[in-house]
Design a protein around this ligand. Sequence first.
Ligand SMILES: *Cc1c(COP(=O)(O)O)cnc(C)c1O
Length: 430
Amino acid sequence: MKFYSTNNSGHQVDLREAVIKGLAPDQGLYMPCSIPRMPKDFFEKLPSLSFQEIGYEVIGNIFSEDLSKDQIKDLVDHTLTFDAPLVKVEEKVYSLELFHGPTLAFKDFGARFCSKLMSLLVEDQKIKVLVATSGDTGSAVANGFYKVPGVEVVILYPSGKVSVLQEKQFTTLGENVTALEVDGVFDDCQRMVKEAFLDKELNEQMLLTSANSINIARWIPQCLYYFYAFSRLPKTTDKLAVAVPSGNFGNIAAGILAERMGLPIDTFVAATNINKVVPDYLGGATFRARPSLQTISNSMDVGNPSNFYRLLALYGNDEEELKAKVKGYFYDDGTTRGAMKKVKKETGYIMDPHGAVAYLGLKEFLEDHEGYTGIFLETAHPGKFNNVVEETLDIQLPLPERLETFLHGTKKTEPLKNDFRAFKEYLKSH
Ligand SMILES: *Cc1c(COP(=O)(O)O)cnc(C)c1O
């Protein structure tokens, strides 16, 4: 499979280059040059397949030219180590729980797949993954790459500026994960990482990569749980609507990839908080990035969604088709809290603020359209946002065990001066 840049379809690279570069040199996003449809018999046997078996077939179909059967099995087994249960919340409304992985958010799927794929692609070489984080990216990447052979992870984070729990999730692991505590702010960390990628001497001496969230190795595997959710849905003649709580729009773009491979999803509901650049666009406005606003669903506080051009590319840059298939909805924090309360009261189900935004979008769509069954994606464990959830629902929500375990770990970091030369010295000597 070759991958082209969304900024120039003539620029095409192989899988290895697309994964190690992450972003195309012209700043475009990499896209597969063709999207293979799944064979008819795959859909016939889908309900009897396990999550892993679905993974072998779908990933096998995309990467058949690039990876061996054994490699594909390794990759899928390393990624799908936890379930994604489909839970009935109300009549015709299901929650797809994507938060049963090590850091309790759906980003675990992409991070685990990415780490394993990188280690397969570089073979006997060693690769260093550099990450600047203000919190959440560090934990997903560190845990996804933990103990993966041949891969070293170096995380830069601003000292004293991430929450204790976030810090514990990437500073207590050890092994192939090193956390550098920078006396500066997040932007300083980001600048030093960018400078390292541009440094000729460093790049001659070592293989550096970024595992950025737009990397195809983080993006593509997210299509798997759409197939899985569909396979677990009770038999129905209804059409299917899937609602995705969206920030950078990578997750929903992966759902559309599944649909383009033949999965019968009729409509996507793109649900956001008040950072509503894409719902505005889908409603007829021109696409215009804006500064992001802070909300209680803060992983979706994105004013310039980096996967927007992937959405367009998936529909052959046909805006009308995109607007016909994807409906945009947005909600403020008060409405989101209201949905969390209502669903808890009526059904007992506890939603995190991100899942609640998707639930709202789905319900609004279902109210206006008959003959549909709906799935909303629950992207984070409610316990990850326990302050908001406890305050909204007036309950005590104990920290999930996996997070609690991190809190008992010992923080191991190395201090780093806010100076690129110090960072370069560190990379050369480790
Ligand atoms: C990252 C994140 C999102 C947004 O996903 P995108 O792929 O960026 O649209 C939604 N919910 C949670 C909990 C997240 O961490």
